[in-house]
Design a protein around this ligand. Structure first.
Ligand SMILES: Cc1ncc(COP(=O)(O)O)c(C=O)c1O
Length: 452
């Protein structure tokens, strides 16, 4: 499960059905939250016919198809509210969230502390540019950290220019004190963090090779990787469908089979590389810890602010020393709003025992899945680290994913479409994990229905 990518560039189906005026959103949400919880999804539910979509849902689906650029193939569910690991659609139907967006809402939905931080910070200061400092905010920081979405190992390369915001400083301090890094650059997304890493590594090489006009500027990346949608990240992404429609992409990227160390060594020894980009599966505080490798640059995004847009590039001092004022920058990155949110997320995830609990739940969940799904002829493997779990099948996983949605559990596909991806909020309970495993088991017949 090397790539966390699931949305493919496909046009959404045009919505069918009449468009009716949706009922009051506020009334719907409070109704669904106040109502007694719907019955836990069961085998009967799993075997039921596909959900009927309400007029309110169809209206949204129809408008989406009419007004948005068709970049996402969406599941036919219109979400309206969330609490913990539960999501609610516009009709008040409850879903167990085994996807966390796409591995984003690590502390779940509607966390009261995060909600308080966000509302407090929104009334204090949402935005200030990166050309000013802001007044210090006093916070006591216990430290440590989070599950990164990805790690890039970079062959060497600062002074971070920055005119920094205080919450930015506080978050940067937190990230530095809990990692290998000396400095941080904030971006808004994962792909922007990778773009910054591309620029930083090239600039590092330029400074490190002052006697040549052609310093090492190429990159090594690996099969089945996904690094984002902007032109540099697309160039580093191995799957052709992400690159070819937009060619010519940034030249100078060599792809090697993931795990082929011999071949990787050869490319590295060519002396042409600015950096090696690799995306291991996390499971530790930082994924590289599992491999005994210390990167010079590490990019992260996804769950850092639990759904508010953020990306970060953690670098060693030698990399930062190659970066001058004006070499890189961003209008929104590292704003006080998102940084305060990220600090609250980190407060939660660094609590003693939190990550150990995640590992324990992940191990139990994999075992549970192996037991409950064993004997199904389509099952190839249950694998994963921590609470990133993949169920590899010998057939496309789409019908199973759809059946789970109908039965009230949200899961995603991964890999070449033959893997069910389970990346729930890290706060999920053992009981909820068992519920997910039961529903997946009960929905397995959907695979046969689809192939027969
Ligand atoms: C491994 C990995 N890298 C990079 C990205 C790009 O992140 P973003 O969508 O925030 O630009 C993703 C997004 O799915 C990802 O899974």
């Amino acid at each position: 499960m090397n790539s966390l990518q699931s949305f493919l560039a496909a046009k959404p189906a045009a919505g069918a059905g009449a468009r009716l005026a949706p009922s009051s959103r506020r009334a719907r949400v409070s109704a669904c939250l106040a109502a007694p919880p719907p019955p836990t999804p069961t085998a009967a539910a799993a075997g039921a016919a596909r959900r009927e979509l309400s007029a309110a849902s169809l209206a949204v689906i129809e408008d989406e198809a009419r007004y948005l650029v068709g970049t996402y193939k969406r599941s036919r569910v219109v979400l309206d509210a969330g609490r913990g690991c539960k999501l609610y659609d516009v009709d008040g139907r409850e879903y167990l969230d085994m996807a966390a967006g796409i591995a984003v809402t690590g502390i779940g939905h509607g966390d009261p502390d995060l909600t308080a931080t966000i509302s407090q910070q929104s009334g204090t200061l949402i935005h200030a540019s990166n050309v000013q400092y802001t007044r210090p905010q006093v916070r006591a920081f216990p430290f440590i950290l989070l599950c990164p979405p990805c790690v890039r190992r970079i062959v060497p390369a600062g002074r971070l220019t920055l005119f920094v915001l205080v919450s930015q400083v506080a978050l940067a301090k937190r990230l530095v004190e809990s990692s290998f890094a000396d400095r941080v650059f904030f971006a808004n997304t994962g792909t922007e963090a990778n773009e910054a890493a591309i620029k930083f590594s090239r600039k590092f090489q330029r400074v490190a090779h002052p006697d040549t006009d052609a310093p090492p500027a190429e990159f090594l990346a690996f099969s089945n990787c996904f690094h984002g949608r902007t032109m540099g990240s697309v160039a580093l992404t191995s799957k052709e469908q992400y690159r070819e429609p937009f060619a010519p992409v940034m030249p100078g990227v060599t792809f090697v089979d993931y795990g082929d160390l011999q071949e990787a060594k050869k490319v590295i020894q060519s002396g042409r590389l600015a950096a090696v980009f690799v995306e291991p599966v996390q499971g530790y505080l930082w994924a590289h810890e599992a491999y005994g490798v210390a990167p010079d640059i590490m990019t992260l995004a996804k769950p850092l602010a639990n759904g508010l847009p953020i990306g970060a590039v953690l670098v060693k001092e030698k990399v930062a020393a190659a970066i001058n004022y004006g070499d890189h920058g961003t209008t929104f990155g590292g704003g006080p709003f998102v940084c305060q949110a990220a600090l609250t997320v980190l407060d939660k995830i660094q609590k003693p025992g939190f990550l150990a609990e995640v590992s324990k739940k992940g191990e139990n969940f994999k075992q549970l899945l192996r037991t409950k799904l064993s004997g199904n002829p389509h099952l190839k493997e249950v694998r994963g680290v921590g609470l990133i779990v993949g169920i590899e099948l010998d057939v496309p996983a789409g019908p199973l994913v759809d059946a789970c949605l109908d039965a009230g559990v949200i899961v995603l596909t991964a890999g070449k479409g033959n893997v069910v991806r389970l990346v729930p909020p890290l706060i999920i309970s053992e009981k909820e994990l068992e519920q997910a495993a039961d529903v997946i088991r009960d929905c397995l017949p959907a695979l046969d229905a689809a192939t027969s």
